[in-house]
Design a protein around this ligand. Structure first.
Ligand SMILES: Cc1cc2nc3c(=O)[nH]c(=O)nc-3n(C[C@H](O)[C@H](O)[C@H](O)COP(=O)(O)OP(=O)(O)OC[C@H]3O[C@@H](n4cnc5c(N)ncnc54)[C@H](O)[C@@H]3O)c2cc1C
Length: 297
């Protein structure tokens, strides 16, 4: 059952699988759509991996680590894996950028940073999985990868969970002992949604990775954002000022942008307007342009 590109068919028909072993999980209740009563198969011939770790950043943002049964498949930072489960006899699967260092895929697995989309096909199922649940994982795929030996400043621009590939890139470069100077922008609605914040702030504070971390929060009047003393606004709105403040120009900077397609388009427009050639602005869209985000990215 091939996945045809990241937006290709992702729900495959398949035989209904009787439950065996552990009791089947049921989908989550969504405040927007009512209870999700799909039954998740605990075992299936198509499963080839296991959910080995999970930690929650918020109610709807989580870090999930999945490990192959057999040897790890090598990947490059910036690529994605497609993960899925069988629900009501059908394979439901989605692509996710890997956030972990490729160097730990064999020992630890593949860490993914995921937002729960209420009413979505896959994420409400994922949120129900207990540790140790069996899954299907295929990949890697994708061309959103670093150029070799590039000593320009890397401007990483992300909305929400679009920060995942950049975390993988920096983890890898740090391990290899060849960190590349980075300016890392991450935009979220609420300050508590800044995933990997302490990791990246730790790198910046200790100097263990040469990164300037620029988080930005968009909802000024939300009580959850009281006390926020960083930047305000959507991430695309801070691209121009950050370039000015830090002297980022087409002569010294390569840009990677990941996440919400509208954000990407807007940030790209700003950069092209500042003279960046198209091939110096690399992009990874999390869903096709024209679809509204659900849940704040
Ligand atoms: C190459 C690639 C890498 C991706 N990597 C990640 C990742 O690392 N982390 C991650 O959370 N998602 C990632 N996604 C998005 C992911 O594949 C799913 O689309 C998402 O989890 C929703 O799946 P779903 O079945 O629950 O929702 P669906 O039923 O498929 O609904 C899809 C709709 O949900 C909305 N949506 C999708 N993703 C988000 C999001 N992150 N925030 C808010 N609204 C969203 C959009 O409106 C989209 O049209 C990636 C997508 C691609 C193409």
């Amino acid at each position: 059952m091939p996945v045809i590109g990241p937006f290709g068919p992702s729900v495959d028909a398949g035989p209904r699988v009787p439950s065996s072993g552990q009791p089947p999980s049921r989908g989550t209740a969504s405040p927007m759509t009512g209870p999700d009563l799909r039954v998740i198969a605990p075992e299936d011939d198509r499963y080839n991996a296991t959910l080995v770790a999970r930690s929650d950043e918020t109610e709807s943002l989580g870090y999930f680590t999945i490990k192959f049964d057999g040897p790890a498949v090598p990947f490059e930072s910036g690529q994605y894996m497609t993960i899925g489960v069988i629900a009501d006899g059908r394979l439901v699967q989605r692509p996710y950028s890997v956030a972990s260092d490729p160097g730990v895929a064999e020992s630890e697995g593949y860490e993914l940073y995921i937002r729960l989309v209420n009413g979505g096909q896959f994420t409400p199922l994922l949120w129900q999985l207990p540790l140790g649940h069996r899954m299907r994982m295929i990949g890697p795929k994708g061309k959103f990868t670093l150029l070799p030996d590039d000593d320009r400043t890397h401007l990483f621009i992300s909305s929400g969970t679009g920060n995942a590939p950049f975390v993988s890139m920096m983890r890898r470069l740090a391990r290899e002992g060849h960190p590349r100077r980075a300016v890392f922008l991450n935009g979220v609605s609420y300050q508590h949604e800044l995933g990997y914040r302490s990791l990246v702030e730790g790198w910046a504070a200790s100097g263990s990775y040469p990164v300037t971390y620029v988080p930005t929060v968009s909802r000024r009047t939300a009580p959850e954002n009281e006390g926020w003393n960083g930047r305000w606004g959507r991430v695309e709105s801070i691209v121009a000022p950050v370039c000015d403040e830090l002297g980022l120009t087409p002569a010294n900077t390569i840009v990677y942008i990941c996440g919400n397609p509208d954000m990407i388009l807007s940030a790209e427009e700003t950069l092209l307007g500042r003279g960046f050639p198209e091939d110096q602005v690399k992009t990874e869209l999390y869903w096709p342009k024209g679809k509204e985000p659900r849940g704040g990215e």
